[in-house]
Design a protein around this ligand. Structure first.
Ligand SMILES: *Cc1c(COP(=O)(O)O)cnc(C)c1O
Length: 426
């Protein structure tokens, strides 16, 4: 008997490439049939076959309050009745900009866009326009959206310029991007020593959530800050995932490092399409209409999306919000590690705020190479066993996971108990 999920997946593939509108959703990495969701409430989602799961993806990060939080839904409904879009300024956008600049001291000015990809792409153009330089440094395993300059992999030698990692990206564009190893201070120093005067910007995930979870060393973040200052390059913290997820002042507050520009997305839209980039006034004033760097968007600052984001940001400012979320996420990681240890399964887990990483490896990886050395087959086995048991983790060994404020202590305990049963039979 074919399930409704399976029927929908077959139907989807007729007119949607791969049946999905974003590749990782297709379950290619773990195999099997993607779940089509029909409802989400708090920490749980229901699929097309009526099966309920505790959700540890949360739409890949935005749903820090869980699904369909009543305040967020109300904000969307009330705003929508007054009109969906104007393509003209609204007061809500000012409220959002004021709030973001108040919450993040590194932001003097901010511009709203509709996705994380748009935010990073625009921040990079701005950094290049501001410095008058072309070279961009990024790190292997970090994801900053799918714009051309960023779909680049390391060149053949160390400190050589990159090659496209996607079809359709011109070599001529990729040659301006240099891809270095995350957490490798010596390599970063060497790159600046050799090319310092040509480097426009360094873009980084201050905690990586796109090669599973990788935590930065304090020396790495500090070296990045010092080298950019010394050489007049713009330091961009891509906080699309970490923004308001790891703490009330994002990763920059958590680690005490001030970037020149910050990109945001995910949580600041509360499940609706909102992105933002902002930072130092003298850089932001280079953006049109004030300056020569062009950037625009028909739906930028969309009132309904901004209303969802504002409602979310207001709720997560309650005292103790991030402390509680951090504790809950740690409960999951500690519980899973204890369960694995009890049954002799090689496994590690760690969290920062409300994001976490699970590794089928003896220790938590610190580099891209170490992430790649984790046991992917073991993850896939774990993923499917947990899915069967009603616990939805990211369908790839190379993605971070997310806990929301709607996950109760009992929900986490339920997930840990399911994992223990799986590890027992491992
Ligand atoms: C998700 C993500 C993006 C891209 O955001 P989209 O809204 O998917 O375009 C960029 N950077 C980081 C760090 C992300 O996690």
């Amino acid at each position: 008997m074919t399930s409704r999920n399976q029927q929908l997946f077959e139907r989807a593939q007729r007119h949607i490439p791969g049946g999905v509108n974003s590749p990782v959703r297709a379950f290619r990495s773990v195999g099997g049939v993607p779940r089509f969701f029909v409802e989400g409430k708090g920490p749980r989602v229901t699929d097309a076959d009526g099966k309920v799961y505790l959700d540890y993806v949360g739409s890949w990060g935005p749903l820090i309050l869980g699904h369909a939080h009543p305040d967020v839904v109300r904000a969307v409904q009330e705003t929508a009745t007054r009109g969906l879009s104007f393509g003209a300024p609204t007061e809500l956008e000012i409220e959002m900009a004021d709030l973001l600049c108040e919450l993040l001291p590194s932001l003097d000015m901010v511009r709203l866009v509709s996705s994380g990809t748009e935010a990073t792409m625009s921040a990079i153009r701005l950094a290049r326009g501001y410095t008058g330089r072309d070279v961009l440094i990024k790190f292997e395993g970090c994801y900053h959206g799918h714009s051309d300059s960023l779909l680049v992999k390391a060149g053949s030698g160390m400190l050589t310029f990159g090659n496209p990692s996607s079809g359709g990206v011109p070599d001529d564009l990729a040659k301006h991007t240099m891809v270095l190893d995350y957490n490798n201070v010596a390599q970063l120093e060497a790159a600046f020593a050799e090319h310092g005067a040509r480097i426009a910007t360094v873009i980084v995930e201050p905690v990586v959530g796109n090669m599973n979870l990788v935590v930065p060393t304090p020396e790495f973040l500090k070296a990045m800050r010092d080298l950019c200052t010394q050489h007049g390059a713009v330091l961009i913290f891509d906080e699309v995932m970490t923004g308001f997820r790891v703490g009330p002042q994002c990763a920059q507050g958590y680690y005490g490092i001030t970037p020149d520009l910050t990109t945001l997305g995910k949580v600041i839209g509360g499940g609706m399409p909102v992105g933002a980039f902002g930072g130092k006034r003298e850089i932001m004033e280079k953006i049109a209409p004030l300056g020569p760097v062009y950037q625009a968007g028909t739906l930028s600052g969309n009132p309904v999306a901004v209303a969802a984001g504002l409602a979310t940001l207001k709720l997560i400012q309650q005292p103790g919000f991030h402390a509680a979320l951090t504790l809950r996420t740690k409960q999951l990681c500690d519980g899973l590690m204890a369960a694995a240890a009890k049954h002799g399964v090689t496994f590690a887990a760690q969290s920062v705020g409300g994001m976490f990483g699970l590794y089928f490896s003896a220790t938590c990886p610190q580099t891209f190479t170490e992430v790649m050395a984790c046991d992917k087959d073991a993850f896939n086995r774990f993923f499917h066993a947990m899915l069967d048991a009603g616990h939805y983790f990211a369908p790839s060994a190379f993605e971070a996971g997310f806990v929301s404020a709607a996950h109760s202590e009992a929900d986490i305990a339920e997930t840990v108990a399911a994992a223990e049963a799986i590890f027992k039979a491992w």
